[in-house]
Structure formats: structure tokens, C-alpha cells
Design a protein around this ligand. Structure first.
Ligand SMILES: Nc1ncnc2c1ncn2[C@@H]1O[C@H](COP(=O)(O)OP(=O)(O)O)[C@@H](O)[C@H]1O
Ligand SMILES: O=C(O)[C@H](O)[C@@H](O)[C@H](O)[C@H](O)COP(=O)(O)O
Length: 232
């Protein structure tokens, strides 16, 4: 049985790059979708926060929506949590500063922990996880998200880092119309990015592939991570 502080120690490499095999589909996640405590298992289920991360244009929203559908979990769109002042700044081609980002990150984190807490809104039966999109470009921004597990021993944080070259990001942001983030911001996003790949709770997915293939890679990474917990 997995206790609150245990982490999987199986041999599965947590860094998943360029997987090409399809995941087992919805069945792979069935056990985690179960909302009742199961006999013989701890009634305190683990809850997972899946943070889809990477610079503008890497495909966070696209992937998060795909996972939302596949896992049947709530999705928090990071863009929706920016104050208007941040959107105006980015829309004018001015990169955000650390000071602009703290409250945004904290509000996203708080929204995730609220969803995962028993409340009248979820009939005291919160979901087994939540998905969010959030660029979380720097290590310290990711640490803000990691705080979500400090006071909630049943919560596990996973970053799914969508890795792409600047040329791909430029292409995708250029193709995306009616978004405040324009392609002139891509370079500063890449410059600001501190490579998340070496961090132990990060699953890295190469996204230089069509959307269906990227979605398969992400689903496979999620299924592999969940399988680690099942093996405990
Ligand atoms: N794998 C992909 N291949 C080609 N285009 C993609 C892919 N994933 C997303 N896109 C497109 O790229 C643009 C940016 O994707 P989006 O999900 O908004 O990225 P982000 O949320 O990271 O900024 C959108 O127009 C989207 O339709
Ligand atoms: O879809 C996008 O283009 C990005 O998700 C973008 O909208 C995001 O909100 C900013 O990237 C946040 O600001 P920073 O990435 O500069 O922290």
C-alpha cells in the first residue's frame, strides 16, 4: 500500500521523450477514475495535479483539452487566471516579470487545491486529479506549484513538459489567431525557460509531431506514471 510519503521507485524512466506507441486508452486510467475507496486500499486516495507546461505555442491548451476528455478530470486554463494588466502587457509585446507572475501562479495553484478538497460543490467527493495549463517557465515558478503538495499529503504533482524548438513555437503562435500572445514574445519565452527536464517530477514529451501523435505520447506518459503507483 502506498503511504502518503512514499514515491514509486520502479524502473520506469520518468522522462518520456518521443514515445510512439499508443497508450492503453481510457482503460489505462480506469482504476484512478474510481471514486469510491476500494477494499484493501487506503481510503485516502492519491490525487494528481497534471501541469501541462512549456513556452507559448508548445501546445499546452491543446494537450490539456485532450487529457481533460480522456481522463474526465477538470481543466484549469492558465491564461484565464491572468489579471487584465498581465494580458495587456503581453498583448503589447512586453514580457511579464517575476512580480507579475507570483499572484497568477498562486491563484492557479489555489484553484487546483480547492477542486481537490472535499466541499459541498463536489458533494464531498473530489476528483482524483486536475489538469492545468501553465507555462511555469522557471524552476521557482514550478516550485510555487509544488507547494500544493505540502499541506495535502495525498496530492502528487506532475509536470508534463512539452518540448519544442523555437522555430516550431514561432510557427504555431503565428498560426494561432486572436490570442494576446504574439510571436514577438516567443523568443523571450525561450530565453526565460529553465529546462524542466532534469527535475524529478517532470515528464518530458517531444511535441514536434502532429496533434494526434502528441496526444498519444502524453497519454502514454500519464499511463506509465500511474502504473508506477499501481505497482506499489
Ligand atoms: N502538435 C501540434 N501540431 C501542430 N499545431 C499544433 C499542435 N499542437 C497545437 N497546435 C496549434 O498550435 C497553436 C498553439 O497551441 P496551443 O495549444 O494554444 O499552445 P499553448 O497553449 O502552449 O500556447 C494552436 O493554433 C494549436 O492549434
Ligand atoms: O498560450 C500561451 O501563449 C501562453 O500560455 C501564454 O498565454 C501564457 O499565459 C503566458 O505564457 C504566461 O506568461 P509567462 O509564460 O510569460 O509566464
Amino acid at each position: 500500500m502506498l503511504s502518503a510519503n512514499d514515491e514509486p521507485t520502479t524502473g520506469i524512466d520518468p522522462t518520456v521523450v518521443g514515445l510512439s506507441r499508443a497508450p492503453a486508452g481510457k482503460a489505462a486510467f480506469k482504476d484512478h477514475m474510481e471514486t469510491r475507496p476500494r477494499e484493501g486500499k487506503s481510503p485516502e486516495r492519491l490525487q494528481h495535479i497534471w501541469i501541462i507546461t512549456g513556452p507559448a505555442g508548445c501546445g499546452k491548451t491543446t494537450v490539456a483539452k485532450g487529457l481533460e476528455k480522456e481522463l474526465g478530470l477538470p481543466f484549469l486554463e492558465g491564461d484565464d487566471f491572468h489579471p487584465q494588466s498581465n494580458k495587456d502587457k503581453m498583448g503589447n509585446g512586453i514580457p511579464l516579470t517575476d512580480a507579475d507572475r507570483w499572484d497568477w501562479l498562486i491563484s492557479l495553484r489555489d484553484a487546483a487545491t480547492e477542486i481537490l478538497s472535499p466541499s459541498p460543490a463536489n458533494n464531498y467527493n473530489p476528483p482524483w486529479g486536475v489538469i492545468m495549463s501553465c507555462s511555469a517557465l522557471k524552476h521557482k515558478y514550478r516550485d510555487v506549484m509544488r507547494v500544493a503538495a505540502y499541506d495535502h499529503p495525498s496530492v502528487r504533482i506532475h509536470f508534463i513538459y512539452l518540448r519544442a524548438d523555437e522555430s516550431i513555437l514561432m510557427e504555431r503562435v503565428n498560426d494561432r489567431k486572436s490570442h494576446y500572445m504574439k510571436s514577438s514574445m516567443v523568443h523571450s519565452q525561450v530565453e526565460t525557460l529553465e529546462d524542466p527536464s532534469p527535475e524529478r517530477d517532470v515528464l518530458t514529451v517531444d511535441v514536434a509531431a502532429p496533434p494526434d501523435e502528441v496526444q498519444r505520447r502524453v497519454s502514454a506518459a500519464v499511463a506509465a506514471k500511474l502504473a508506477e503507483y499501481e505497482q506499489q
